[in-house]
Design a protein around this ligand. Structure first.
Ligand SMILES: C[S@@+](CC[C@H](N)C(=O)[O-])C[C@H]1O[C@@H](n2cnc3c(N)ncnc32)[C@H](O)[C@@H]1O
Length: 270
């Protein structure tokens, strides 16, 4: 029960979206995920995952948060890395475990990472790819805190953030839903697309915990943006469509962030 206040309405709405997302993944997307999306690795994602791998010593352990069916695990395992997979969809985890029974997985949400004592400050790196669009604005700071809480200080992370695009057609129930700016109900799915500035702010300022900070940067498939990346400025990349997309999307972009020790220099992913 909620007390009918706007905050309570929002909380109930976001909790419902999370349940619906889990159900949709279990029933709608998991059965065909690998067939439809498993073989395709977005060029920027592939490059950034490789860049992250290059920073890690063999035996390092990567938390793949919202791991889905473990699309990037082959890359990580062949580099001699350990993996821990977490996802809120049991069915996605089941498919991941079928392919890689040696990888420990657990059922859990991004929102609950901060309370995961079993993972606390122990991870050498983090991946969270194509999942943050399922997290509502009120939950963003807590999720990023969770990322910081599971990582060793200075450990690298690759977190993708979908940014708004211009061709969204909302579902009819969006009219009565308590949506805030950046949120969409589309094709039965809830997505939140923060502005680039907002995402950067959450990733850099508000997520600071225990003396560590996040620096947001970007990546891109183009050489000029790669040069910007090396100089530490922010670039935006093109990314892949996700299963929630009913059609090909234009202008899908991602930010990348990594956790840095306090006082660290400019952020580099490469
Ligand atoms: C598009 S898939 C991406 C999976 C994988 N990271 C990849 O790149 O193939 C999104 C995944 O995020 C998971 N997910 C969505 N919201 C989540 C949440 N709040 N907590 C944990 N997992 C979540 C879904 O269950 C799904 O497996």
């Amino acid at each position: 029960m909620t007390d009918g206040s706007p905050d309570a309405d929002r909380r109930r709405f976001l909790d419902e979206r999370r349940v619906i997302c889990e159900r949709r993944m279990d029933t709608l997307h998991a059965p065909t995920y690998d067939e439809r999306w498993g073989a395709y690795v977005n060029e920027a994602h592939g490059r950034c995952v490789q860049a992250l791998i290059a920073r890690l010593a063999p035996g390092s352990v990567v938390l793949d948060a919202a791991c889905g069916t473990g699309k990037y695990w082959e890359m990580l395992l062949s580099a001699g890395l350990g993996i821990v997979g977490v996802d809120q969809s049991s069915r996605m985890l089941e498919l991941a475990s079928r392919k890689h029974p040696e990888v420990p997985v657990s059922h859990g949400s991004l929102q609950d990472l901060v309370a995961r004592a079993d993972l606390g400050s122990a991870m050498d790196a983090l991946l969270c790819i194509d999942a943050m669009e399922n997290v509502g604005p009120e939950d963003w700071p807590g999720v990023v805190k969770g990322f910081a809480a599971v990582l060793r200080p200075g450990a690298p992370a690759y977190v993708t953030v979908e940014l708004p695009e211009d061709d969204i057609v909302m579902d009819e129930d969006a009219v009565t839903a308590p949506l805030v700016a950046g949120e969409v109900l589309e094709g039965g799915a809830y997505h939140f697309y923060p502005s680039a500035d907002q995402a950067r702010e959450w990733l850099t300022e508000r997520a600071s915990t225990s003396g560590t900070s996040w620096k947001a940067t970007g990546t891109s498939t183009s050489c000029s943006d790669a040069a910007e990346l090396r100089s530490g400025s922010t670039a935006i990349s093109e990314g892949p469509a996700t299963p929630g997309a009913a059609r090909a999307r234009r202008g899908r972009r991602h930010l990348v962030a990594r956790r840095t020790p306090p006082g660290a220099g400019r952020c580099r992913v490469t």
